[in-house]
Design a protein around this ligand. Structure first.
Ligand SMILES: [Zn+2]
Length: 144
């Protein structure tokens, strides 16, 4: 089942769970503003119009080559961001609100949510078996 809004669980041993810690502040600003510009005031995942968008980094994790590749930075709403990082939301966020948002955006049921979370956790475990990820930031070349 392909959902519009998915969990993106970041492996425990990664270089860049946070581009902000890799890029100089001025560069991160450029990347982030580009994402907001492309969003045109709407969440790039659920389409909700939002006054304040958040920049979310999308990574591809290749289990064969042990490479994590930056594939996009998108402007999204706070609710979608809370769903994407559901592990953190379970600890410090509003989990009920996140679940409601997942169900609404994906037009699915609570059992679907549970199933999707289970799959995401399995994938997370697979990725955690990789000791060290190589980092591919070639996506950023567009800004230079
Ligand atoms: Zn959204």
């Amino acid at each position: 089942m392909e959902y519009k809004l998915n969990f993106e669980l970041v492996p425990d041993s990664v270089w860049g769970s946070n581009l902000r810690s890799i890029l100089k502040p001025s560069m991160w600003d450029v990347v982030r503003r580009d994402a907001y510009a492309r969003a045109h005031g709407r969440c790039m995942i659920c389409g909700k119009s939002a006054k304040r968008l958040e920049a979310h980094e999308r990574w591809d994790y290749n289990l064969q080559t042990h490479t994590q590749t930056l594939v996009d930075v998108v402007g999204i709403c706070h609710d979608c961001h809370q769903v994407i990082h559901i592990g953190r939301t379970q600890l410090v966020g509003d989990i009920d609100r996140a679940i409601d948002h997942f169900l609404k955006v994906n037009n699915c049921t609570y059992p679907d949510y549970v199933k999707a979370l289970k799959q995401a956790n399995l994938l997370h475990q697979e990725r955690n078996k990789v000791g060290e990820w190589a980092l591919d930031l070639s996506w950023l070349k567009r800004f230079t």
